[in-house]
Each structure stands twice: as C-alpha cells, then as structure tokens.
Design a protein. Structure first.
Ligand code: ZN
Length: 413
C-alpha cells in the first residue's frame, strides 16, 4: 500500500511502459471529496492534477496518485442519491439477472457503497457479498441485509474471501477500477475469485464520452484512469480474462461496461472489433495530440464562462450554483471563478450541507432555501442532471431566475 500521500506515476498503469507524455495540466487542486467546514476548506492541501498519455498501449491516466485512505475512508457520496443512478443500477442488475441460470448464484460487488446495487438481487435467490472501504456505508448495507467487508479489494483480501465464501458466479465492480491503486493486484484478486464459467462485469467512465461531452470536470484524483476499450482488452488478457461484450450506458456522464470471462467464446466478436476500430480511426483516441487539443478546447470554455459570469456580476445579478458533486471541485478550482461571485451551492445530499466546496469558502446549502435566497442565476454544476434540476425548480424560473449551463458552450436559459 502506498506510504506517501502523493506519488508521481512513472510507469503506465496498464502496460508498465515508461513512455508517458503529459497532455493536459489542470494545475493543483484539493481532493475533490474533501468537503470541510469553512475554516479548513481554504487550507486543504492541493495536489498536482495532470493527465499522461501512454505512447505504448494508448492508456490515459493521471500523473500522480494519492494515498487511497486519504480519499475513501469516509465517503459522502451514496449511490442511491439520485433517481437517475438508482434506475441505472436497477436496469443493469436486471440485465445480469437474465444471464444467470443457476439457483443460489453468488455475487460479489466490489466497492458496494451503500448496497444499492446488490439490493436489486433478491436475498432469497442470491448470495450477496459487498466490499467497500467506507466504514460509514457498511451500516447502510447491513440494514439491507447485505454482508459487507469494510476494506479495499486486493489479492490478499480475495484469499480470505475465497476461504470464507468460495468462488463467485458474478463479480461486479462499478466505477471503481479508476480508483484502484494497484490494478494488477486488483485483477489478480478477481481472477482468484471468479468461477471458470463466471462473469466479471465492470463499469468505468468512457474516455470517448469525456472527449465528446467536454467533461474535463470528471478528472480528479480519485479517477486515476480514463479508459477505452482497446487498451483494456489487451490488459485483461494478462489475467486469463477475455472481453466478451461491451455496452456504453449514459450513466456518470458516459460509461463503458465491459463483460469479461475466462471463456474465450464471444458472440460479439465483430461488434467488439468494430468499436476498437472506431476508437482508433474515427475518435482518434490513440494519439497524444487529441488530448492537447482537448485541453485547448476546455481553456476556451473557461474564458467564455468567466466572461459570461463577469457580465452578470456587472449587472448586479446574484449567482449561486446547483450540484456539489466531486466534479464541482475540479470545475471551480480549474476555472478559477472568483468565489465572491458565487453565493452558495445547493445540493440535495444532506451529508454535504453546511460544508464547503473543497478549496473554496463556498457553502453547500439545502435546495429548499432556493426561492428565499433571491438568486438571479443558477449555475448547474451537475450538468448531467440539468433536465431534472430545471424541472424541479420551475418556480425559480417563473420568478425570473435563469439557469446557466456551463457545457459544452456556456449558455443561459
Ligand atoms: Zn500503457
């Protein structure tokens, strides 16, 4: 386990090559989820946030890694927080259930959070096990009747799990691979616990979507990797796993769901080949210049947004934000919007209310205060929930308020 708080990544996390090229520099930012009281928030330590491209295997990753225990031991994000996420997990679980033929199948969810995903697998029909380092979430899972181990998933832990519970029919890991410090060790653990006819399904944020939707704000220290299908297909082979299918669900701003198995047979061989070709030729994902161009585009967006906000301030408009997700930290710290211009940020997550966006003095408050606060402009930092937020706050619009959507082109509606 990493000893220092912050270490530079010198070798590619997938192929171990040293041919890493710096392609996007987001400066120094505090940890995206380190919500704190006002006195501490401004003093939080900042760490370098840069992207490196591997010229050998085409993988995109951060230049520095932060000690995991600094980031994940008391997590304020709950997977059932939004209705959209809840439905995503429900559909995803239903899809997996259709693939399971045997009774009493065993499922292991890595980074099980508050047990929302596992809870879609009926207690009577499945053996459900979760593992997640966040101690505060273990209690929530146990209320759902789910056994949850409060630790990081490693090869070593997989040995204990095998001893106590045997091997699994299904292993899932949703939006966690990019958080894992040692991916090789993690995948060894999966290989160790997966039955020969079992499925390991993992969802990761898809680099193609980040580029398409300009979602640079999903770049923060917890996300070490920005995956694409081609490099990951080569990577899993090291662990006797084969990519047998993929999907690109809309969740988390655009995801890649990868189905792997120890069995090589795939009915989707042509589809997989086509997608890899698309990544290479059409999307240009495997050239360092693609990411340098991306950086320029974001800088352009930063200038436009700051100009728009300055204009609103000149006209004495009162501005607030909506959505205190981790990406709001990257957004505010990289875009350097003067904090005096943003009164507060509304967010439904009660665990965050009363705290500040890391690195700023901007307080997170309960959205029920919105209509009393006399706000003129509401910046939707949770751009992926823009529609829901606008629909929920019709009264604000009726009273003359305007929403500011920051991506892909900053605009007022
Ligand atoms: Zn590589």
């Amino acid at each position: 386990m990493q000893k220092k708080d912050c270490v530079s990544i010198k070798f590619c996390r997938l192929c171990n090559s040293k041919y890493l090229i710096k392609v996007f520099d987001l400066g120094h930012t505090p940890l995206a989820n380190s919500y704190s009281k006002i006195k501490i928030s401004k003093k939080l330590r900042k760490y370098p946030l840069k992207l490196n491209y591997c010229n050998n295997c085409g993988h995109l990753q951060l230049s520095h890694s932060i000690k995991p225990s600094k980031m994940f031991s008391n997590y304020l994000y709950k997977s059932n927080t939004s209705q959209k996420n809840f439905l995503h997990f429900k559909n995803y679980a239903n899809e997996i259930k259709k693939k399971i033929k045997n009774n009493n199948a065993k499922i292991l969810d890595i980074a099980s959070n508050d047990g929302t995903f596992l809870n879609f697998f009926e207690k009577k029909k499945f053996f459900r096990l979760g593992i997640d380092p966040a101690k505060n979430l273990k209690k929530l899972s146990s209320k759902k009747g789910i056994t949850q181990i409060d630790d990081f998933f490693t090869k070593k832990i997989s040995e204990n799990i095998k001893k106590n519970y045997g091997k699994f029919d299904i292993i899932t890991a949703n939006h966690v691979c990019a958080h894992v410090e040692d991916l090789n060790d993690f995948f060894c653990g999966v290989q160790n616990l997966l039955k020969n006819d079992g499925l390991f399904i993992f969802e990761i944020s898809y680099r193609a979507s980040v580029l398409k939707k300009n979602t640079f704000d999903t770049i923060y220290h917890e996300h070490l990797d920005y995956h694409a299908l081609y490099p990951i297909t080569k990577f899993v082979k090291k662990f006797n796993l084969n990519v047998i299918n993929f999907k690109t669900p809309d969740a988390q701003g655009g995801s890649l769901r990868v189905y792997t198995s120890k069995n090589k047979n795939s009915k989707n061989y042509i589809r997989l080949k086509k997608q890899i070709l698309k990544e290479k030729k059409q999307l240009d994902l495997f050239k360092a210049n693609t990411y340098k161009r991306f950086e320029k585009k974001i800088i352009n967006c930063k200038h436009k947004l700051n100009f728009l906000i300055q204009n609103c301030v000149k006209n004495n408009m009162k501005i607030a934000g909506y959505g205190a997700a981790a990406k709001t930290t990257t957004f505010l710290n990289y875009f350097k919007i003067p904090e005096k211009n943003i009164k507060f940020i509304f967010d439904d997550n009660k665990l965050k209310q009363g705290l500040c966006i890391p690195g700023t003095k901007i307080k997170i408050v309960n959205p029920s205060n919105l209509n009393k606060a006399k706000i003129d402009i509401l910046i939707i930092f949770a751009w992926n929930y823009a529609e829901t937020i606008i629909n929920k706050n019709k009264k604000f619009k009726k009273k003359g308020g305007k929403f500011l959507i920051p991506f892909p082109n900053p605009r007022l509606i």
